[in-house]
Design a protein around this ligand. Structure first.
Ligand code: AMP
Ligand code: GLY
Length: 424
């Protein structure tokens, strides 16, 4: 069958790599893709939010499954668009409809969902223009630090952790009265701070059944020792040593099952990936956030550990018989080191020639922000490449990925050499 992947980052490169191995695949397309995805399929110059264009292309090229990588098209209703047109109904979209996408698109919606279904999460209250004064007074009753979250999508920047009441009040006002994050902060969730270790858990569901995918740890800060500014993600490992089977059993019974059942009870159709960001607080899991897509750079470490045919699983989602599809995961460990442009996550230059990629023999080099220019591959984004190694143990995987990240060159390149070593 023909499959179309929507997106252009490291996550979509990992999807393309895995899907290209399927015996069920005839033709793979990636829209818009990057310089690396072309080794697995054909890039199509379409914007991820050009639903008409994507639909026309899918019809002309007999696409049967569309895998949506990023959240934006989902929150904007790509799945609803396909269901709304008779001629598109036969094309399966992997990713929730708009209503389900609110689990990521609205923090307030996702908090209310968790409360309704008894899913453990940090205590919270939401405020807007009409009750801002009440919100400011509420801050004084909270312990420090205080977590403020813009309700809507704010490109990963909408969460603030404040160490003083004065700062918290100033920020709450800036978010609500001065639209610090635009309309995304018209509503702000004030949340209790959870102290623990973070883990990313991934689930694939057809709305009735689910498979728990490998979990991963993501390294968000730019600097060694997890210091400095937040980024999209500088590296990942899977599995995560502190998430043992006993802990993952709690995650499944207290969070995953109630989430899938809760969606069903609420009458919210959901076919796709659920990314649960959670905190391990003294051995008990609490949800920090839901995302309605896979994580990046977690996907790079997660998909290489899945032994089963991903296309078969996606077909199971489309046909709502995921329970009948075989699913196995390797015990090996995957480690991913992301190479970024100098200056990222602040200002950075693009258009630098990338060389020496052929020197990497043992790891997979997933492209993220890259562009083909004649015979050259150029940098075209902040996160440029994700180098993933799969080895028998954590230490070997970390050493391999880190060493291989060092073998590639472009002007201004930077990567963290400490990814995952905190877990050894
Ligand atoms: P989010 O955009 O919801 O993923 O939040 C960004 C980051 O803020 C998370 O990955 C956590 O590191 C941190 N964070 C969010 N909520 C909390 C919380 N309630 N307690 C502690 N840290 C949090
Ligand atoms: N790695 C975190 C994310 O994809 O949101």
């Amino acid at each position: 069958m023909n499959i179309l992947i929507i997106g252009s980052g490291g996550r979509e490169s990992a999807f393309a790599y895995k899907i290209s191995q399927s015996p069920k695949l005839s033709k793979l397309y990636i829209a818009p893709g990057n310089a690396g995805t072309e080794q697995y399929g054909e890039n199509v110059a379409l914007k991820v939010t050009d639903f008409e264009g994507i639909a026309d292309f899918a019809l002309k090229n007999n696409v049967e499954i569309i895998v949506v990588g990023p959240e934006e098209p989902l929150v904007k209703g790509i799945h609803d668009f396909f269901l709304s047109r008779e001629d598109l109904k036969g094309i399966a979209v992997i990713g929730p409809q708009q209503e389900g996408a609110q689990l990521e698109g609205s923090k307030d919606f996702s908090k209310e969902f968790m409360i309704r279904h008894d899913i453990p999460t940090a205590a919270f209250k939401s405020f807007n223009k009409s009750n801002l004064e009440e919100g400011l007074a509420y801050l004084d009753t909270q312990n420090l630090p205080i977590v403020l979250k813009a309700d809507g999508l704010a490109q990963g920047k909408g969460v603030l952790i404040l160490e003083s009441y004065d700062e918290a009040k100033a920020e709450l006002k800036a978010m609500i009265s001065d639209s610090k994050f635009g309309a995304a902060s018209d509503v702000v969730v004030v949340e209790e701070f959870l102290k623990g270790i973070e883990l990313s858990v991934f689930v694939l569901t057809d709305g009735e059944n689910y498979k728990v995918l490998p979990s991963a740890k993501d390294y968000k800060r730019i600097g060694e020792g997890d210091t400095g500014l937040n980024t999209g993600g500088m590296g990942s490992v899977s599995p995560v040593p502190f998430a043992d089977q006993a802990f993952l059993d709690k995650v499944e019974s207290r969070i995953i099952k109630p989430t899938v059942d809760g969606l069903k009870k609420d009458g919210i159709p959901y076919k796709g990936f659920i990314f649960i960001g959670l905190m391990n607080v003294g051995g008990d899991p609490y949800v920090i956030e839901y995302n309605v897509r896979m994580g990046d750079p977690e996907t790079e470490s997660v998909l290489v550990r899945i032994e089963s045919d991903l296309v078969d699983l996606l077909e199971g989602v489309a046909k709502v018989d995921l329970d009948k599809r075989s699913y196995t995961v390797t015990d090996k460990t995957a480690a991913t080191v992301v190479i970024v442009s100098g200056g990222y996550p602040g200002n950075y230059e693009t258009g630098k020639v990338i060389s020496n990629m052929e020197n990497v023999k043992e790891s997979i080099v997933f492209h993220a922000g890259t562009k083909q220019d004649g015979i050259n591959v150029l940098t075209a984004g902040g996160r440029v490449l994700a180098v993933t190694a799969l080895e028998d143990d954590l230490f070997s995987a970390l050493q391999q990925a880190t060493a291989d990240a060092g073998r590639i060159f472009f002007e201004g390149k930077y990567f963290r050499t400490d990814i995952g070593f905190d877990l050894i």
